[in-house]
Unconditional design. Structure first.
Ligand SMILES: [Ca+2]
Ligand SMILES: [Ca+2]
Ligand SMILES: [Ca+2]
Length: 286
């Protein structure tokens, strides 16, 4: 389980956006909560606090859906399983203490992706099929809100999967669709990554290289391209309005806009930090 997201975030009209500079929860930190306890109905009239109050010091419980609770016996945790066990996290009744009392859940990435940790999206607008459907997700949010639990989702915007249709299109070469959504070089640049790693990877289809700060399976989107910025805002709007989430845990914050120089937001106004503020501004409450 990882921390409390309610401090240091950017407060927004419909949501709060948590900046997680430098952390990379993707692929690590599995929540392993399992309960054999059946979900009990809410019987008391003690009201749950409003969902939006999570920003004022609520404890968030991080959940890796894949390992949380399997509702259909296929060996993979899923959204229906999580929905069944919400009372274990918070039953919505302030007079009981049989639950953890968390007023916020933070779900590691739940969008369709290539790998088990789902940090490498192949479709930002569809829930990971292993976990269920978009309708299953909407039911989860509705049931969480009924108990006063806010729902945050991990948002991984720095990169996509090398299997994402956007990248597969761009591999076609100059003139290909979405070519400018990624960074290319005809010979391997000498540039190394923030921890000295190789960041320019050989294209599987042409004699050229593409940039990916984490590994070759996760090509970085190029946030110097206006269409990429538009798409990132569209993704956020989808999860806030269509899927009714209350906020995001933002992944790989310092690495978003690829420019030389410092990465840390509070040392200097980096290009990444400027972009995140722009991204969050339409959703600020005040
Ligand atoms: Ca399952
Ligand atoms: Ca309770
Ligand atoms: Ca980047």
């Amino acid at each position: 389980m990882r921390g409390v997201l309610a401090t240091g975030g950017v407060v927004a009209a419909l949501t709060a956006v948590s900046f997680a500079c430098g952390s990379f929860a993707c692929g690590g930190g599995r929540s392993a909560l399992r309960s054999s306890r059946s979900s009990a109905p809410i019987t008391s009239t003690a009201a749950a606090p409003p969902v939006r109050d999570w920003r004022r010091g609520a404890t968030c419980y991080e959940i890796f859906v894949r390992s949380f609770f399997d509702s259909d016996g296929d060996g993979i945790g899923d959204l229906r399983g999580l929905t069944q066990k919400l009372d274990y996290i918070n039953d919505g009744d302030a007079s009981t203490n049989r639950d953890l009392g968390a007023r916020c859940i933070w779900l590691m990435p739940v969008n369709e992706a290539s790998s088990y940790h789902d940090c490498d999206a192949t479709d930002y607008y569809r829930v990971e099929q292993d976990y269920g459907t978009n309708d299953d997700f909407k039911r989860l949010v509705a049931e969480a809100h009924r108990r006063g639990i806010a729902v945050l989702v991990d948002m991984v915007l720095n990169h996509v999967s090398s299997e994402h249709p956007w990248f597969r299109e761009a591999l076609g070469g100059p003139g290909a669709a979405r070519r400018s959504w990624f960074r290319w070089a005809t010979s391997r640049p000498a540039e190394r990554g923030p921890w000295g790693q190789e960041v320019w990877h050989k294209s599987p289809s042409r004699d050229e290289y593409y940039y990916g700060v984490f590994w070759h399976g996760m090509p970085d989107l190029d946030y110097h391209t206006p269409a990429v910025r538009v798409e990132a805002k569209k993704i956020a709007a989808f999860w806030l309005t269509e899927m009714s989430v209350d906020g995001f845990r933002l992944d790989a914050v310092p690495y978003l806009v690829d420019e030389p120089g410092p990465l840390i937001c509070d040392a200097i106004e980096t290009a990444s930090c400027s972009w995140w503020r722009t991204w969050a501004r339409p959703r600020r409450r005040r």
